[in-house]
Design a protein around this ligand. Structure first.
Ligand code: NCD
Ligand code: ZN
Ligand code: ZN
Length: 424
């Protein structure tokens, strides 16, 4: 079939290196069918899924088992971040690149993260093993010790700062400082996820500048919302790490526009409407975002750097959301680059036609969006994965075949900064 691009932008298929598709064990929140449809509708052709499932993904054999579960259900290609248990990180030593090129470490507690590692001795071992096995450590960097300290001072557990909903900024900053010390000692390559504060961005940019092998991710929601929106949106905007202030958001935009942030990841973490109807402090943190990511980031770029052209913005998006994640996680070099005909993962994006987000247009199983009522500046028209149309805005409700593949990977190079190339 011939497709007329009709003046739209052609982008490489995006790689979302941070999704929680909830398989196995939490499929009442999200499942691979719905999650991958949301991805396809968002211009994403490859996802890397997080290990905080029930049970969690803790060793290479779990990765193979999970791949078997996902096979035949996914519109998009996939890989997994390996999880790790603090009391026995030895499976890290057995992981081949096929199974994992990265290990996810949660430094703070969460109801779906039974693999939280707080003990310094365990962290030392994990960073050492990861270094030995060539695994990149991807981190949820928040520090429970800081939260407990604040709780003990205020006598109001979990409610230290109301707008930040249980997770004050100091917990994230302290965690990043500790991580940088581990990196300095072990030389392990680290990618810090969902950086939310100006201070984290400052610390990480300085460390990278000094030659430490550290990179970081920012999320569409930390780029889109501030504490003021959070108060308005309520429990749906409850997240870990929390949505911060306007000055933090400005610093995150600076990190994106200046090339300090290596990736944008959606942190697509759906919870049901019912779960989010609870009082804010009891609602589980997390929101969906894989479908909203590309339009939200594009819209934000138009607003925060209006002097640049839409084409410049989409080139930056291709770097942060395709080329860089491919480099960091050893995904086939043909992925993440615009090479139709060889790998043929691509997206047609209409940068001229605004649209309004509704819950009904969302494909995630949770059926809601924190962006409801937002006007997005551009829209995904067509998504092609390995030469097959998997999403077509002109054929609503129909999707391509669910024959996404578990991608093999090469052990990634571990440069301090991923390749800085634009669309290739
Ligand atoms: C995530 C989830 O629900 O799995 N929640 C969130 O607020 N981001 C966990 C996580 O990414 O830390
Ligand atoms: Zn996290
Ligand atoms: Zn996450």
């Amino acid at each position: 079939r011939t497709v007329d691009g009709g003046g739209r932008y052609l982008l490489p298929g995006l790689i979302d290196s941070h999704v929680h598709f909830r398989t196995p064990g939490l499929t009442y929140k999200e499942d691979w069918e719905h999650g991958s449809r949301a991805a396809a509708a968002g211009g994403v052709t490859t996802v890397i899924d997080m290990p905080n499932t029930l049970p969690p993904l803790l060793d290479p054999a779990d990765a193979a088992r999970k791949a078997a579960m996902v096979q035949g259900r996914s519109l998009v290609d996939y890989r997994f971040h390996l999880g790790v248990a603090g009391d026995d990180p030895s499976p890290l030593l057995d992981a081949t690149p096929r199974e994992a090129t990265s290990v996810k470490v949660f430094l703070a507690g969460h109801h779906t993260a039974p693999t939280v590692v707080r003990d310094p001795a365990s962290l030392t071992r994990i960073f050492g093993y990861a270094r030995e096995s060539g695994l990149r450590v991807v981190l949820h960097a928040e520090d429970d010790g800081v939260f407990e300290l604040l709780d003990s001072w205020t006598g109001a557990p979990g409610r230290y700062l109301d707008y930040e909903r249980v997770r004050p900024r100091s917990g994230a900053i302290v965690a990043v400082a500790k991580v940088l010390e581990l990196v300095r000692r072990h030389g392990t390559a680290v990618h810090v996820l969902h950086v939310s504060t100006a201070e984290e961005a400052d610390l990480l940019a300085a460390a990278a500048h000094a030659g430490l092998p550290v990179t970081f991710e920012v999320t569409p929601h930390h780029l889109s919302f501030t504490a003021a929106d959070s108060a308005r949106i309520g429990a749906r905007a409850r997240l870990s790490p929390a949505i911060r202030h306007e000055r933090d958001q400005r610093r995150l935009w600076e990190a994106v526009l200046a090339g300090q942030a290596a990736t944008i990841g959606s942190d697509h973490a759906p919870h049901t409407r019912e779960e989010k109807l609870r009082p804010v402090a009891d609602a589980p943190p997390g929101l969906p975002g894989v479908q909203e990511m590309l339009p939200a980031v594009f819209t934000g770029m138009r607003r925060h750097a209006p002097w640049q052209s839409p084409g410049t913005h989409l080139e930056l998006i291709a770097r942060l959301l395709a080329a860089n994640p491919a480099d960091l996680f050893g995904i086939d070099g043909r992925k993440g680059r615009l090479l139709p005909g060889r790998d043929a993962d691509f997206v047609l994006f209409d940068a001229d036609t605004p649209w309004m987000v509704t819950g009904a247009a969302m494909h995630s199983k949770c059926g809601w969006s924190a962006y409801e009522g937002w006007t997005m500046a551009g829209q995904v028209r067509l998504t092609v994965r390995r030469g097959q149309i998997i999403y077509d805005a002109d054929a609503p409700g129909t999707f391509g075949p669910p024959d996404g593949r578990w991608l093999d990977a090469a052990r990634p190079a571990t440069p301090a900064h991923p390749t800085r190339g634009a669309v290739r």
